[in-house]
Design a protein around this ligand. Structure first.
Ligand SMILES: [Zn+2]
Length: 86
């Protein structure tokens, strides 16, 4: 679901170039990476580590949302059922 959304989002963006240094995308017309062009090699390592953390935490968050949606769906269908019997 989110994969399709991000693909659609990416298609709407101006042409992106993938930076070989930090592996993030930046607008091609800028000519240099907006993420790492001002970072030293040491700063880049910290930046990449932090970026990896961000990716992992957002993945966890997505998992919780998914479980939450199932729980809400179950509660919702239960509520409709009891309402009908009253
Ligand atoms: Zn970069």
């Amino acid at each position: 679901m989110s994969l399709g959304m991000s693909a659609a989002w990416r298609a709407m963006q101006p042409k992106q170039e993938r930076c070989e240094r930090c592996e993030l995308y930046y607008p091609e017309h800028l000519g240099e990476c907006i993420h790492c062009s001002k970072l030293s090699d040491a700063q880049l390592i910290i930046f990449k580590a932090h970026h990896q953390e961000t990716l992992e935490s957002s993945f966890d968050l997505g998992k919780y949302f998914f479980v939450g949606a199932i729980v809400i769906g179950m509660l919702g269908s239960k509520g409709v059922g009891s309402k009908g019997s009253v």
